[in-house]
Ligand binder design. Structure first.
Ligand code: NDP
Ligand code: PMR
Length: 322
C-alpha cells in the first residue's frame, strides 16, 4: 500500500526569486512538477513578469511580498505564510544587495547598514521565525539553505581581492551598524560597500553553521550553504560601473574560468534543495568543472565557532529576538 502513495508537492520559499540565481532555481524546481515555489520578493510585478518569462506555470508558484530591509515586513511575511496553512519544507535565503560603488552607506528601515541589514539580519530573523514551521514539516528531507560565496572566503584567490572580508571583533555589529553610535561596518571600520557585502556573506555562512550546531540533531533539519559559481550576468552587479559589467563576464569566462550561467547555477541550488543525496547538514557546497558537487572548505574566519556564536547573539538583540 505504501508503495502506491505518491509524495505530496514540496513547499519551498525562495527569497529574491525575481531575478538571477533565485529565479533560475525557482524555474528549475517548477519544471520538475514536484515543488510549489513561494517566491518571496520585494517587487511583486517584477516577480510576476519574471515567473512568466521563465515559463513557470501558475500552479507551481505563489508570489508573496517580502522586503528583507524591513524587519516589520519580515514579520508580516511570516504571519501571512503561517496563516496560509501551507507546510514549509525548504527555506532558501538567497536575496542580496551589493553596493560596490556607494560612497556613503544606506540603511534598512531599522537603521542597519543596508548590505548586512538585508543579506544577514533580514534573513536571520526570517529563518529564526520559520524554524518551527520547518521543524513541523513531514517531508522526507527538510532544509534551510543560506547562499554564501567564495568572495567571503579568504582561503581562496577570489577572497583575497581587496577589500577582503573581515569581521574583526564585531564592535560595529554590537553597536547596531547605524553610523550614529557605532560604525556602519561590522569590524568598526570606515564604510566600504564591497566589504560590507563580503562581510554579510561571512555572516551567512557562519549563521548556517550555528543553526546546524544548535538545531540539526534535535530537529533533523539539514542546514546548508553553497557557492553556486560566478554568475557574472545577474542583477547583483547592477550598481557597478558599465565597464565592469561588460568586462566581468568575459574575465570570469576566459581568465578565471569560474563563470557559470544563470541556468546552471539554478540547477546547482535546486540540487541543494531537492537532491536526496545532499542531506548532510552543516556543509558548504561547491561544484567542480564537471558540475559535480563537493563539500568545500571554509576560510578560518568563515568557520570560526566562537564568532558564529557571538554573531548569533548580537543578531538576536538587533532583530528583537533577545
Ligand atoms: P540578483 O540581483 O539577480 O538577485 C538578488 C535578488 O535579491 C533579487 O531578486 C532582488 O530583488 C532580491 N533582493 C534584494 N534586496 C531585497 C530586499 N530588501 N528584499 C527582498 N529581496 C531583495 O543577484 P544574484 O542572483 O547574483 O544573487 C543571488 C544570491 O547569490 C545572493 O545571495 C548572492 O550573494 C549570491 N551569489 C551570487 C554570485 C554571483 O556571481 N552573482 C556568486 C556567489 C553568490 P529585485 O529583483 O527586486 O531587485
Ligand atoms: Mg573575482 C579564481 C578566481 C576568481 C573567482 C572564482 C572569482 C569570483 N574572482 C576571481 C578572481 C579575481 N577577481 C581576480 C584575480 C580579480 C582581480 C582582477 C578579481 C576582481 C573582482 C572584482 C572587482 N572579482 C569580483 C569583483 C567584484 O566586484 C565581484 C565581487 O566581489 O562581488 C562581491 C567579484 C567576484 N569574483 C568572483 C565572484 C563570484 C564575484 C562576485 C560575486 C559574489 O561573491 O557574490
Amino acid at each position: 500500500m505504501d508503495g502506491k502513495k505518491t509524495l505530496r508537492k514540496g513547499s519551498v520559499i525562495i527569497t529574491g526569486a525575481s531575478s538571477g540565481l533565485g529565479l533560475a532555481t525557482a524555474k528549475a524546481l517548477a519544471e520538475t512538477g514536484k515543488w510549489h515555489i513561494i517566491m518571496a520578493c520585494r517587487d511583486f510585478l517584477k516577480a510576476e513578469r519574471a515567473a512568466k518569462s521563465a515559463g513557470m506555470s501558475k500552479e507551481n508558484y505563489t508570489i508573496m511580498h517580502l522586503d528583507l530591509a524591513s524587519l516589520d515586513s519580515v514579520r508580516q511575511f511570516v504571519d501571512s505564510y503561517k496563516r496560509s496553512g501551507r507546510p514549509l519544507d525548504v527555506l532558501v535565503c538567497n536575496a542580496a544587495v551589493y553596493q560596490p560603488t556607494a560612497r556613503e552607506p544606506s540603511f534598512t528601515a531599522e537603521g542597519f547598514e543596508l548590505s548586512v541589514g538585508t543579506n544577514h539580519l533580514g534573513h536571520f530573523l526570517l529563518s529564526r521565525l520559520l524554524l518551527d514551521d520547518l521543524k513541523e514539516s513531514d517531508y522526507p528531507s527538510k532544509r534551510l539553505i543560506i547562499v554564501g560565496s567564495i568572495t567571503g572566503n579568504t582561503n581562496t584567490l577570489a577572497g583575497n581581492v581587496p577589500p577582503k572580508a573581515n569581521l574583526g571583533d564585531l564592535r560595529g555589529l554590537a553597536g547596531g551598524l547605524n553610523g550614529l553610535n557605532s560604525s556602519t561596518m561590522i569590524d568598526g571600520g570606515h564604510f566600504d560597500g564591497a566589504k560590507a557585502y563580503k562581510d554579510s556573506k561571512v555572516c551567512n555562512m557562519l549563521t548556517m553553521q550555528e543553526f546546524h550546531r544548535r538545531f540539526h540533531e534535535a530537529t533533523g533539519i539539514t542546514f546548508a550553504s553553497l557557492y553556486p559559481g560566478c554568475i557574472a550576468t545577474t542583477g547583483l552587479f547592477r550598481e557597478h560601473i558599465t565597464l565592469f559589467r561588460i568586462l566581468f563576464p568575459l574575465f570570469q569566462k576566459y581568465i578565471t574560468k569560474g563563470f557559470v550561467s544563470e541556468e546552471e547555477s539554478g540547477k546547482r541550488l535546486a540540487q541543494v534543495v531537492s537532491d536526496p543525496s545532499l542531506t548532510k547538514s552543516g556543509v558548504y557546497w561547491s561544484w567542480n568543472k564537471d558540475s559535480a558537487s563537493f563539500e568545500n572548505q571554509l576560510s578560518p574566519e568563515a568557520s570560526d565557532q566562537e564568532k558564529a556564536r557571538k554573531i548569533w547573539e548580537l543578531s538576536e538583540k538587533l532583530v528583537g529576538l533577545a
